[in-house]
Design a binder for this molecule. Structure first.
Ligand code: FAD
Ligand code: PHE
Length: 523
């Protein structure tokens, strides 16, 4: 009997169980490995890759993942990176971090040992392959609190509740309570009789009573879900309940404008983050690739396809002569709008496509407090408060609980709200953040500050953008998913998960697959 791939796999399945069959399929490229990216069949080690030089431009997530995966197949890989660290827009700021931004200001971080904040990537949803790399690389992870019932919303345009800090638990209890009451009432009055049967109405009513904590006659009268003015205790102490805001105030305030955030596909509980900073993943990747294969502090200035490969001009960032490197293939993961500044012979359409991925603004400010007032005074352990002010949100640390200090992210805003900080000096950014933060969490927000550090991605060298703004359906996007000669592109901008490491990793993987398929095919 001829042993086809199918009978071989079937035989393995019978003898070794489904797991063995699956692994075999993965090995020959038919199926993903268990727990891995379903769209990714990692190419196996292949003699055809041996001795073939691939130069990867950029040591952000896409470049490092590309180098790591190409190395596994057997390519002779090296990486060129302008910064003196791996990770790109994954940037964990801690004592010793020093940065001069494009406004010309230099900041030095002086946080106490062990304390940090992630100025770029900070959270990982359960579905992202980023977690698979953590597993593969032995990077320890911990839960990241992406929502917290004890943090607050505070909106300046909230009508009767303008400028009032309302805990998420109270905002949710009142909003879901009144919305449930209204829908319950409309249903009971027969307003939905054209779409609901009697049985539907009964089931809906039962659901609304539970969702809104309604009374038996379908009214929202407040709920312990709002929390207590004074906590219940032992013996006869039932605590002091809180009183709901009036229905009209709650509806008109828009208190619920951010509720959908924490059940968005990528933002839902549970979220995770590496212990000690997101950059742990990228230091681990860099270590696997090998220190001798990564040139930091080296900027790419030119890029040319030649008849038998690619030339890459590089220059030491600290100063020095231009050097011309050659490679059989190049994977370029530089931010697209920065590629257009290089000296290249790329076709005009490719350069136009790079330009179409528009840069954007986002940034964060970390404030090191010597008193964890959010825990002691407000019982906040992680999560974020939200506002319509320019700071957009205040993110509380998910680490070092009960320590003598901690780093609060005093703003994480994007677009126009970040542009309000972009051209300010660090001192001015801090002053603005403290004014806005104090309006939400009170005057204590200004006290017990040891140090701070801020960054705005549009004025951060080697990025000049937070993430690309464009559609994955555009012809320009599709053009960059194809190689230009022996030059390949990768990066989160070439994925369906822009602004996520997952996007950078999956883009790198698909570029590695395509590159190897072409090499293996003899091209
Ligand atoms: P980059 O990380 O930008 O890497 C590109 C590399 O190219 C950089 O290292 C850069 O220094 C280098 N480079 C640039 N020019 C040159 C040159 N001329 N020569 C040599 N090297 C050069 N992701 C998550 O998973 N979770 C999050 O919570 C999250 N939050 C984010 C919050 C913010 C504010 C930002 C900005 C990003 C966030 N991300 C998050 C997204 C994540 O950081 C990116 O998706 C990821 O870094 C993209 O990787 P990349 O390799 O495509 O690009
Ligand atoms: N991934 C980034 C973050 O989680 C940017 C982002 C924000 C993406 C919100 C989608 C939604 O902060």
């Amino acid at each position: 009997m001829t042993v086809t791939r199918r009978t071989f796999i079937r035989a393995l399945g019978l003898a070794g169980g489904a797991g063995a069959a699956y692994e075999a399929m993965a090995t020959i490229g038919l199926a993903p490995r268990a727990g891995d990216d379903p769209a990714w069949a990692p190419p196996a080690r292949d003699a055809r890759a041996a001795g073939r030089r691939v130069l990867v431009l950029g040591a952000g997530p896409a470049g490092l993942a590309a180098a790591h995966e190409l190395g596994k197949v057997g390519y002779d890989v090296s990486v060129v990176e302008a910064r003196t660290r791996p990770g790109g827009r994954v940037w964990s700021v801690r004592a010793g971090t020093e940065e001069t931004d494009l406004n010309g200001e230099t900041q030095r971080c002086t946080f106490a040992p062990g304390h940090f904040f992630n100025l770029g990537a900070t959270r990982i949803p359960q579905s992202h392959v980023t977690l698979d790399y953590c597993r593969e690389l032995g990077v320890e992870i911990q839960p990241f609190g992406n929502q917290n019932a004890n943090t607050v919303v505070n909106y300046t345009d909230a009508g009767a509740l303008a400028g009032t800090s309302v805990t998420y638990r109270a905002a949710k209890a009142d909003t879901f309570g009144y919305v449930s009451e209204l829908l319950h009432k409309a249903t009971a009055r027969g307003a939905l009789d054209d779409v609901l049967t009697a049985a539907d109405k009964e089931a809906l009513s039962e659901f609304l009573v539970s969702l809104g904590d309604l009374s038996s006659d379908g009214r929202y009268l407040g709920s312990p879900r709002r929390g207590y003015a004074r906590e219940p205790g032992g013996g006869t102490d039932a605590g002091t309940p809180t009183v709901p805001y009036p229905m009209s105030s709650v509806i008109r305030s828009g208190l619920g404008r951010n509720f959908a955030f924490d059940y968005e596909y990528d933002q839902a509980t549970m979220m995770f983050t590496p212990v000690g900073g997101m950059d742990r993943i990228h230091h681990a990747l860099a270590e696997r690739i090998g220190a001798d294969r990564i040139r930091y502090g080296t900027a790419v200035t030119g890029l040319h396809n030649t008849p038998d490969g690619v030339t890459v001009d590089v220059v030491p960032v600290a100063g020095g002569p231009v050097e011309r490197l050659t490679a059989d293939e190049v994977v370029c993961t530089l931010p697209p709008h920065l590629v257009t500044r290089l000296d290249t012979n790329l076709p005009a359409a490719v350069l136009a496509a790079q330009r179409a991925a528009k840069p954007s603004s986002s940034g964060k400010l970390g404030i090191e407090y010597t008193r964890r007032w959010w825990e002691t005074d407000e019982r906040i352990y992680g999560g974020a408060s939200n506002t319509d002010r320019d700071i957009a949100q205040i993110m509380f640390p998910y680490d070092h609980f009960h320590a003598d200090r901690g780093v609060v992210v005093g703003y994480y805003s994007s677009g126009a709200r970040q542009r309000a900080f972009e051209s300010l000096t660090h001192r001015q950014r801090l002053a603005k953040a403290l004014d806005e933060g104090a309006a939400i969490h009170g005057e204590k927000y200004r006290s017990d500050i040891a140090s701070s550090f801020s960054g705005s991605w549009a004025v951060t060298r080697w990025s000049e953008s937070a993430w690309a703004s464009w559609e994955a359906t555009s012809p320009e996007y599709r053009l960059l998913t194809q190689p230009a000669g022996r030059l390949w592109f990768a990066g989160d901008h070439l994925s369906h998960a822009i602004a996520w490491q997952h996007g950078a990793f999956t883009s790198a993987r698909s570029t590695v697959s395509a590159l190897h398929a072409r090499v293996a095919g003899g091209a």
